[in-house]
Design a protein around this ligand. Sequence first.
Ligand SMILES: Cc1cc2nc3c(=O)[nH]c(=O)nc-3n(C[C@H](O)[C@H](O)[C@H](O)COP(=O)(O)OP(=O)(O)OC[C@H]3O[C@@H](n4cnc5c(N)ncnc54)[C@H](O)[C@@H]3O)c2cc1C
Length: 416
Amino acid sequence: MRYSGLRLIKEALTGNKGWVPAWRDAAPQQSYDFVIVGGGGHGLATAHYLAKVYGRSRIAVLEKGYIGGGNVGRNTTIIRSNYLLPGNERFYEFSMKLWEGLEQDLNYNAMVSQRGIMNLFHSDGQRDAYRRRGNSMILHGAGAELLDRDAVRREAPFLDFDNARFPIKGALMQRRGGTARHDAVAWGYARAADSRGVDIIQNCEVTGFRIEQGVIRGVETTRGYIGAQTVGVAVAGASSKVMAAAGMRLPIESHVLQAFVTEGLKPVLPGVITFGAQHFYISQSDKGGLVFGGDIDGYNSYAARGNLPVIETVCEGGMAMLPMIGRARVLRIWGGIMDISMDGPPFIDRTHIDGLYFNGGWCYGGFKATPASGYAFAHLLATGQPHETATAFRLDRFRTGQAIDEAGAGPQPNLQ
Ligand SMILES: Cc1cc2nc3c(=O)[nH]c(=O)nc-3n(C[C@H](O)[C@H](O)[C@H](O)COP(=O)(O)OP(=O)(O)OC[C@H]3O[C@@H](n4cnc5c(N)ncnc54)[C@H](O)[C@@H]3O)c2cc1C
């Protein structure tokens, strides 16, 4: 079924009886050419591009829970391509271009909204760093503007410009950045993949891999054994646990990241704003809630619930940047498990097992990467070669001394 304005009118006039489920509830077959483990944004996007761009069939996505139940439905929905290093920037810019055509590609309203992202700076040194980053973005075609204090004031007059500790001196602006409706992205990819014959199998946890003489043969699941020629794992916060079943130990730590949403307010924030003196970012949802977040909790955890010190720090950042936030009532706080790599960027790579591929370690940046991650992973699964935008995301980059240290923080996951 194609969604369109005409379809909407027709259904409205005929009692909404013609709608069909957005995807089939597929039962597992004995074997597939491609099995994708993990039905989050990345797994579903991979299946979609495998079928659509690379013309592959006999594809299944195996999801432990339900579609949209993982981080793809828990994030703060920011999309942007404002990176410094070439290893990152060309990949995230590729993703941004895919976002720009995504709704037409999927025939699904993912509420992609390019309302702009402003990174505030508070010192001369920080301005220099943002200028360098902006130049890198311009060189990669991503677009960037360095705003002075007056220009920021025109965009967001309610910020605390004369804060005694962190006065606002300007901002790096990417007007093409913004937000997208997170779970709609998962639903849109699921629907598009299903329409091309991909089996989306929910409530199907992968519990092990069948590997014979270094070659993948299939996966053990809670719904029985499923054979596969090629297996791609994209399980976000569960990467270390799942890959351990294949005998692999990953350069990843798992932490909880919390997010916050307030009661609905009238439109007040023009776009996404990030504080430069501490990790704090905020936008306003289409329903009116202020959506914001900060750092990961500083300890390893698989609990999708965080702790008070980070909540306090996030609220302090919010108050320092945007004092009026103190009057808003927080409705919900939740957490998701983030796989943090040692240098910040992710992995999209083959493993030492023939036919087994890995996609993970997305840190804070996995949502914005969803389209490019799926595309690049599909390319890798279909051709055995890394996609041109994702050649740097190798599992062996620490051994070969080719870490991509965007934050300049060294091998410390809590600082990425
Ligand atoms: C609070 C929070 C805020 C964030 N904000 C942003 C943001 O603003 N911008 C941004 O770019 N990124 C953000 N992120 C990061 C982003 O959400 C993730 O990096 C991204 O969603 C991960 O990829 P995914 O969508 O495939 O993950 P998921 O949706 O988590 O998908 C992985 C799936 O694998 C399934 N799975 C796990 N184990 C198994 C198994 N054994 N068998 C089968 N299935 C399994 C899980 O159930 C899950 O559905 C945020 C994350 C959090 C938690």
